[in-house]
Design a protein around this ligand. Structure first.
Ligand code: AMP
Length: 195
C-alpha cells in the first residue's frame, strides 16, 4: 500500500489530478478540507483549523481506507507532518504542484463546487459543467466555496507559503521521492506515470 501526498496552493489543480488517479483505480483520496466541510467546520476565514481536530479526522480516514492513499491538503504544516511520522504512516511520494499567486487567485475565483458530492468545475472552458450551474454527477445546484473570494484566497496563499511550503524541505530531508508539476503546464495526464 502506497501513501502519496499532494501539495499545492489553492487552485493548483490537485483535485483534477487526484481524480484521474482515483478514476484509474486503486487509490483512496483523503481530503482534509472535505473532511472538515463534512464535519460542519466553518472554513470561510482561510485560516488553518487546529491541528488536533484535523489530525483526528485524517487518522480515522486513514484507518478506514483501502488500497493506496492520496492525502489531499494534509499535512499542511510541519507539526502535522511530524505527527504523521509519529503515527508510522510511511510516505512514498510527494506530488508538488507549483502555482503563482496571480494564477491561484484567478482559478479560485472561477471555481464552482457541488455542495453534495464535492465535484469541482470551472466557469471557464476548462471542465465547465455540461448544464450551466448543475453538477454533472448528481444534479445538485453548483455553488462557490465561501473561501473562494479574493481576500480569503490571498490569505490562503500566504498561509500556504508560510506553513505548508516548509514541509517540502522536511520530506526532502527524509529522502522521499518528489514529482513536481507546473500548474500552468498542460500535463495533467502525466500524473498516472508518476504515482
Ligand atoms: P482545502 O479544501 O484543502 O482547500 O481546505 C479548505 C480549508 O480547510 C483551509 O483553508 C483550512 O481552513 C482548512 N484545512 C484543510 N486542511 C487542513 C489542514 N491539514 N490543517 C488545517 N486546516 C486545514
Amino acid at each position: 500500500m502506497k501513501t502519496i501526498i499532494f501539495i499545492g496552493a489553492p487552485g493548483a489543480g490537485k483535485g483534477s489530478r487526484i481524480k484521474t488517479c482515483v478514476d484509474h483505480g486503486g487509490f483512496t483520496q483523503i481530503s482534509s478540507g472535505n473532511l472538515l466541510r463534512e464535519a460542519g467546520y466553518d472554513l470561510s476565514s482561510g485560516k488553518l483549523i487546529e491541528d488536533s481536530i484535523v489530525i483526528s479526522l485524517v487518522k480515522k480516514a486513514i484507518e478506514k481506507a483501502e488500497g493506496n492513499i492520496i492525502l489531499d491538503g494534509f499535512p499542511r504544516n510541519l507539526s502535522q507532518a511530524e505527527e504523521l511520522e509519529r503515527q508510522n504512516v510511511k510516505v512514498d511520494k510527494i506530488v508538488y504542484i507549483k502555482i503563482s499567486q496571480e494564477e491561484c487567485i484567478s482559478r479560485a475565483l472561477n471555481r464552482l463546487i457541488c455542495p453534495k458530492c464535492q465535484e469541482t468545475y470551472t466557469k471557464t472552458d476548462y471542465h465547465p459543467p455540461k448544464v450551466e450551474g448543475i453538477c454533472d454527477l448528481c444534479g445538485e445546484a453548483l455553488t462557490q466555496r465561501s473561501d473562494d473570494n479574493e481576500q480569503t484566497i490571498m490569505k490562503r496563499f500566504k498561509v500556504f507559503e508560510e506553513h505548508t511550503l516548509p514541509i517540502l524541505e522536511f520530506y526532502k530531508s527524509r529522502g522521499i521521492e518528489f514529482a513536481v508539476f507546473d500548474a500552468e503546464a498542460d500535463d495533467d495526464d502525466k500524473i498516472l506515470d508518476l504515482v
